[in-house]
Ligand binder design. Structure first.
Ligand code: MSP
Length: 521
């Protein structure tokens, strides 16, 4: 059996329209997280996919005059998969809930729970939000002055649904769930999300309606084909059906339990309450962690596919490149909190931290090695206090960034790396190599300065590889590091701080700028 892989998932997205940058935000976060673990030398497995059943998808297909299958096939191939290329996602598996590998296992799962007596038939009447695909509880409903009841997230009018349904005995799991949150304190993160979930479960849980019978776009209930399974209890199972549950025990053991489910805060309860209860009922291990992040806001509101605020990822990547997209959102928004997007802020961060910061530093160092040493990295002659300060800063940065990734604090990791780049820029400004170069007797000092700056850039390439793989690869090439040090992907985070790895004699080439300056509009 192979070692357990570090397994991370995104929510599976409703294919009602093309993705916007909110969906890309989660997907990029998971990609950076898993690439970071790979850079530590671990095996990683990254799953994303699409949620294709239910009323919401069915209605969006009807609006296009297509069947749900035609509509989702088209959107997945023409919009979703291409968007993940646009933002450079290296997923290992992409699951669609209409695939047989999923639908068959879902039917078996619920048949087992039905046979065990965890499911019963009953009547249900409630207020339903198709946008959320959820029956709403009183605390989640907003009532207008004229009495209209609306979803707090979507603002749309709720629909009264009255059906004969099957129910899952969720109420029986409240105590077990509370025990789980105690015993596994980081099961729900960050702590604000954990507190919210605990308070919710402490109020007591209602049984969950798990079937629908007024439309048929869903997985048929195995014991009663007049019903389809409720889209959420079908969708949640993607995390195990894609991992080989019920078909490939060896693979399942390598992947399960999942290390992190990344979710937006609006779908936290499904993942932190309903999902572990389903797994407990089936006797399957619960996830290690559910991490709830915030929303990307536009004009103070959640960017959404259904409102006209959606920005497609390529609108940003066409202009700034995929690396800048990945860097910007994770660097500027504390993961777990909401964040506002603006083009002005993106341009400002791109220019100051990427083009003028890292990009300019790398090309200056390569240019000076070219000019003063014919492009061959000189051997450092001494290692004085200024160089030791740089080496210390590097060691501290690696430790901070690596620790930050353990709690998904991408913003802290990237802030630390950005500070390191700032420290090298400061070092170069203070050491004034262009002045030292004028004095023939100080060749040794010049060599030390340029070597030391290039050596930190070597580490920066490794540290940025998970977030900005394209620019990190360019930097690796600029430094001529591959020949002696091997592939960038083979460099280990835990070895990055060891000083003196870049071999003298290596050829530095300036090449194209890492982050081209933006054309003035
Ligand atoms: N299909 C369900 C998830 C099922 S997982 C078993 C769903 N899909 S969704 O397409 O509506 O949302 C998917 C994810 O995108 C959610 O985590 C949601 O929080 C996230 N986002 C949607 N809009 C967003 C922003 N504006 N900002 C950040 N994330 C956003 O829910």
């Amino acid at each position: 059996m192979s070692e357990k892989a570090y397994y991370v998932t995104t929510p599976i997205y409703y294919v009602t329209a093309a993705p916007h940058i909110g969906s890309a935000y989660t997907t990029v976060a998971g990609d950076v997280l898993t690439r970071w673990h790979a850079q530590r030398g671990e095996r990683k497995w990254y799953l994303t996919g699409t949620d294709e059943h239910g009323e919401k998808v069915m209605r969006s297909a009807q609006a296009q005059g297509m069947t749900p299958k035609e509509w989702t096939d088209k959107l997945v191939e023409e919009a979703w998969k291409p968007a993940w290329v646009d933002v450079d996602i290296a997923y290992d598996d992409f699951i669609r809930t209409t695939e047989q590998r999923h639908t068959e296992r879902v039917r078996e799962f619920w048949q087992t729970l039905y046979d065990k007596g965890d499911v019963y038939k009953g009547e249900y009447e409630g207020l339903y939000c198709v946008g959320c695909e959820e029956f709403k509880l009183p605390a989640d409903i907003r009532t207008d002055e004229d009495g209209t009841q609306r979803c707090m997230i979507h603002g749309t009018e709720l629909e009264t649904v009255s059906e004969t349904n099957y129910f899952f005995r969720l109420s029986a799991y409240a105590d077990k769930l509370l025990a789980l949150y105690e015993e596994q304190p980081t099961f729900v993160a960050p702590s604000s999300a954990r507190n919210e979930v605990i308070a919710f479960v402490k109020q007591g849980l209602q049984d969950l309606s798990i079937t629908r019978s007024t439309f048929d776009w869903g997985i048929p209930v195995p014991w009663d084909e007049d019903h389809v399974l409720y889209v959420w209890i079908d969708a949640l199972l993607n995390y195990v059906t894609a991992a080989g549950y019920g078909t490939d025990p060896e693979r399942f053991e390598e992947l399960w339990p999942v290390d992190v489910h990344l979710v937006g805060k609006d779908i936290l309860r499904f993942h932190a309450v309903i999902w572990p209860a389903m797994l407990m009922a089936a006797g399957v291990a619960v996830p290690k962690q559910v991490f709830a992040h915030g929303w990307l806001l536009v004009g103070g509101e959640k960017m959404s596919k259904s409102k006209l605020t959606a920005i497609a990822p390529h609108e940003i990547t066409d202009h700034f490149g995929s690396d800048a997209f990945r860097y910007y959102f994770l660097r500027t928004i504390q993961f777990g909190s909401d964040g506002s997007f603006s083009w002005e802020h993106l341009s400002a961060v791109y220019t100051s931290e990427l083009a003028n910061g890292l990009g300019n530093l790398a090309s200056r160092i390569a240019a000076m090695v070219g000019k003063y040493f014919d492009g061959a990295l000189p051997e450092p002659a001494d290692h004085g206090p200024a160089e030791q300060a740089l080496a210390d800063k590097l060691a501290q940065t690696v430790a901070t960034a690596d620790k930050a990734l353990d709690t998904l604090a991408f913003h802290d990791a990237l802030a630390a790396i950005n500070e390191l780049v700032g420290a090298v820029n400061g070092y170069v400004t203070e050491q004034e190599p262009w002045k030292v170069a004028k004095d023939e007797t100080r060749r040794d000092r010049l060599a030390t300065i340029l070597y030391s700056a290039a050596e930190v850039l070597r580490a920066v390439a490794v540290l940025h590889n998970p977030t900005m793989p394209k620019s990190a690869a360019k930097l690796w090439t600029l430094l001529g590091a591959e020949e002696k040090l091997g592939a960038l992907s083979d460099q280990r985070i835990q070895d990055t701080a060891t000083w003196g790895q870049l071999p003298p004699g290596t050829t530095l080439t300036k090449g194209d700028p890492l982050f081209p300056r933006l054309e003035e509009a």
